[in-house]
Design a protein around this ligand. Sequence first.
Ligand SMILES: NC(=O)c1ccc[n+]([C@@H]2O[C@H](COP(=O)([O-])OP(=O)(O)OC[C@H]3O[C@@H](n4cnc5c(N)ncnc54)[C@H](O)[C@@H]3O)[C@@H](O)[C@H]2O)c1
Ligand SMILES: O=P(O)(O)OC[C@H](O)CO
Length: 342
Amino acid sequence: MSQDVAVIGAGSWGTALASVLADNGHRVNVWVRDPKLADEVNTRHTNEKYLPGVMLSPGIRASVDLREVVSDKPVVLLAVPSHAMRQVTRELAPFLRPDVLLIHAAKGFELESLKRMTEVIGEEVPEPIGKGVVVLTGPSHAEEVVRRSPTTVVVASACEDRMLRAQDLFMNAYFRVYTNPDLVGAEIAGALKNIIALGAGMSDGLGFGDNAKAALLTRGLAEITRLGIKLGAMPLTFAGLAGVGDLIVTCTSKHSRNWRAGYLLGQGKPLDEVLEQMGMVVEGVRTTKAAYALASRNQVDMPIASVLYGILFEGKSPRQGVEELMGRGRTREMEYLGPFGV
Ligand SMILES: NC(=O)c1ccc[n+]([C@@H]2O[C@H](COP(=O)([O-])OP(=O)(O)OC[C@H]3O[C@@H](n4cnc5c(N)ncnc54)[C@H](O)[C@@H]3O)[C@@H](O)[C@H]2O)c1
Ligand SMILES: O=P(O)(O)OC[C@H](O)CO
């Protein structure tokens, strides 16, 4: 059934998801901040800054008027970065229908409160909307989705009915959507993989090989799973699309902003220059701060995140970071050996 959908944010991800929805026959209205971008989407059907060389569906309409975009829409998709989520949600909350299906697609924490995105959104919208917010996450680079390259994602929510509605809304021949009731795990896995992708990029920027990258992915997965479990996630979510799936794509794809930022840092560029050069959101930088704080608050050992924190915010060099990781005391690989444990 064709629906009216409001997409909030026309960066690369908002634009790519708007394309999927338009392909599925939905009427899509996108909220953008920049009037020039609204004009470009409406007249030329492009978004050259975020998705160069891509023609968008002429059915996608853009506007700078938040009230007009959100009012009366049965479905609202939030596709802004995590640092903007609270403010944007607060601004649009008065225009939401009480029965709206609210979905978000950001991968990060709110730095000040260390809360997950559905917690932040839940605090800004009236009940019962807040209880059923859905996250859409998983291995999905906008540049490939908008070219209809086969992609799989996960939707997770505390409300099964809304999760299934979100699955129906996005599912098509090139965009396959799985459900997972583990909302906590899906959000945490999607946010934390960006830290490991920064590390994988750094390793490549330093000129290390595939062995180093495999080590970072595997030990990175171990430590983000450890923190996730402590925060209430289901361990198996980290073995799924939101976990290892997204870790693989973000640590190995040329499209990843987190990998690219890590690569430049590994080559010796300072963080402020790297972020300026990127010109798009690099969620892993703020997430490293959040993970460092969450790990220390919950007494969870996260050696990779902690070394990255030192490199990003305390002046440690990437090479010193590698020496520190490789020189740690001996330890065993598996934490939960079950009946095989010694
Ligand atoms: N790009 C991808 O392939 C991809 C895939 C999956 C998830 N995500 C996640 O989606 C979220 C958005 O990422 P993106 O890739 O679209 O980022 P982007 O940098 O391409 O675009 C960010 C958009 O948010 C807007 N924005 C920035 N600050 C804002 C503010 N304070 N208020 C309102 N709008 C603001 C910008 O104008 C821009 O339109 C991130 O959390 C990211 O991790 C991205
Ligand atoms: O480009 P990145 O590094 O922000 O990653 C985008 C998506 O999260 C990949 O699934």
